[in-house]
Design a protein around this ligand. Structure first.
Ligand code: NAD
Length: 298
């Protein structure tokens, strides 16, 4: 039976470190401040934003959410972002995705000041990541790095297979894990919808990261005995044990794979809480950098 990599526990440890740093900044007169912008009424976005507000409150970060109507023009949204870019009290700006179809996600992300890009989606943040320069690493990949570090899972020299090449998860993770940084030095294979014989690739993995957004795509036959499995997927489905209720599941067939794997993240309670805690870490780092202070020694 696989060891469970408990994201709630690892996230609590990360939030504790973030809180200590936020308190030290506050004592120096710097208040980390996250502003989230949500356009329209996507129910999942509302849930995610509430989780981020709660995590902010628990880590000493001030947060506020602007909810703009779905019909907000791109110009009006750009103006809102420009106001926040100019506001010296604002450390981090997060545009909750998705935005309505008439708004260009790319243009709006590019409108955020890279110094306040705590989501790490700005082209400058992404480019710096590729160049192995200090930057904001987007929250899900950063959360996964923290999770691996928390459970002392070695990465260097190992065979990592990532399923999913999205800009927010798979692609940055592939770069981070293959980089020369302490969290990197793995040999990474990045799989996607055009990969031939996905199972043959995933069975090569010592560390398998499933981020395809496909319910239970990863079955027990696709996993090598003893592999570490990180499940990024989040899906809602009817709960067979509680009629009328929903439950969450991931990209991995958890009951079967946990019989084979050496360690595995659950859904919920795995990568999700790490993502939120990593955003808090980025917000405090933004406040620190803007105030000209250097990173605390760990
Ligand atoms: P996405 O849809 O943007 O990208 C999915 C990628 O997976 C694509 O690159 C596609 O090529 C690949 N893919 C899809 N089906 C495949 C298949 N059958 N075989 C191989 N590759 C396949 O998704 P995303 O935004 O990266 O999100 C992935 C999943 O992670 C979703 O379920 C999402 O809800 C979840 N997610 C979770 C968190 C978290 O905090 N836990 C954060 C972000 C995303």
């Amino acid at each position: 039976m696989a060891r469970i990599l408990d994201g709630k526990q690892a996230a609590a440890a990360l939030r504790e470190r973030v809180r200590a740093e936020a308190n030290a900044l506050r004592a120096d007169g710097v208040t980390p401040h996250l502003v989230m912008i949500r356009v329209g009424e996507d129910p999942a976005s509302a849930v995610y934003v509430r989780a981020k507000e709660k995590a902010s409150a628990s880590t000493g970060i001030e947060s506020r959410t602007s909810v703009l109507p779905a019909e907000t023009s791109q110009e009006a949204l750009a103006e809102r972002i420009a106001d926040l870019n100019r506001d010296p009290r604002v450390s981090g700006i997060l545009l909750q995705l998705p935005v309505p179809a008439h708004i260009s996600e790319e243009e709006m992300i590019a409108a955020i000041d890279p110094a306040k890009d705590v989501d790490g989606f700005h082209p400058i943040s992404m480019g710096r990541l590729l160049l192995e320069l200090p930057t904001f690493i987007s929250a899900t990949p950063l959360g996964i790095l923290h999770l691996l570090a928390h459970y002392e899972i070695p990465v260097a020299g190992r065979r990592v297979v990532i399923v999913g090449r999205s800009r927010i998860v798979g692609r940055p993770l592939a770069n981070l894990l293959s980089s020369r940084a302490a969290h990197g030095n793995a040999t990474v294979t990045l799989c996607h919808t055009r990969t031939r014989d996905l199972g043959a690739r995933t069975r090569e993995a010592e560390l398998l990261i499933a981020a395809a957004g496909r319910k239970r795509l990863i079955t027990a036959e696709m996993v090598a005995p003893g592999a570490v499995v990180v499940d990024v997927g989040i899906h809602r489905e009817p709960d067979p044990n509680r009629p009328g209720k929903q439950r969450l599941c991931g990209d991995v067939d958890f009951p079967a794979v946990s019989e084979i794997a050496g360690a595995i993240t659950p859904v919920p309670g795995g990568v999700g809480p790490m993502t939120v805690a990593a955003l808090m870490a980025n917000t405090v780092a933004a406040a620190r950098r803007q105030s000209g202070r250097s990173a605390p020694q760990r």
